[in-house]
Ligand binder design. Structure first.
Ligand code: HEM
Length: 177
């Protein structure tokens, strides 16, 4: 495979991951979320649960695609000369790329918090013999988990938008940090 073909594939996959992650998050937050307020709460909960289950598959797929396509981009574009000879951390390009990777790790941590800690709290069913007070405790826990998911998702959106700026500064310059 020629290096141009590799660059096109790497760039295509990287931008596809951006489109899925950012486009999906914006659609969930600003289209589906507000629309759910107009349907009865029980139905809204089912829609929220089902759509989040499906969306999380896309989120994890795109989060996995970022470093694979990013590294492929880095090596196929021959950007190594910009960070070569031990100047990686002192160069603006190197600092911008490392910041991008650190922020990607933050997105992964936030995704893990939502998937493995907060979402299970939302989907936990009341077991037989649940009393009124434990039920209200469960509801409080669910409301708090839902609020945290919303806060983390908004933070992820801001972080991802900032990473796009960093990426563009790498592609069309030498980084901005
Ligand atoms: C470990 C994670 C990542 C790595 C290693 C990585 C690496 C790279 C590299 C090497 C480039 C090309 C730089 C150049 O042209 O010289 C790039 C561009 C870019 N990256 Fe990433 N990236 C990562 C994560 C992300 C994330 C999470 C996002 C967005 C949410 C993102 C968005 C972009 C964008 C928008 C560009 C510019 C593409 C273009 O203008 O064609 N990257 N990235």
């Amino acid at each position: 495979m020629t290096s141009t073909a590799m660059q096109i594939i790497a760039s295509y996959l990287h931008l596809l991951a951006v489109a899925i992650y950012l486009g999906g998050t914006i659609a969930m937050e600003f289209v589906l979320g507000p629309a759910q307020k107009y349907i009865p709460p029980a139905q809204a909960q089912v829609v929220a649960q089902r759509s989040a289950d499906r969306f999380l598959v896309l989120v994890w797929g795109s989060l996995a695609l970022f470093p694979i396509s990013g590294m492929l981009l880095f090596f196929s574009l021959g950007d190594q000369h910009l960070v070569a000879k031990g100047h990686f951390i002192s160069s603006s390009y190197g600092q911008t790329l490392v910041t991008m990777m650190i922020l990607w790790v933050v997105l992964v941590i936030n995704g893990s918090l939502i998937t493995f800690f907060l979402r299970p709290k939302l989907t936990r069913k009341a077991s037989a013999g649940t009393t009124g007070s434990t039920m209200s405790g469960k509801i409080e826990e669910m409301v708090s988990a839902a609020k945290w998911i919303e806060r983390i998702t908004r933070a992820d959106l801001v972080i991802a938008l900032f990473i796009v700026l960093l990426g563009a500064s790498l592609s069309y310059g030498n980084g901005i940090l």
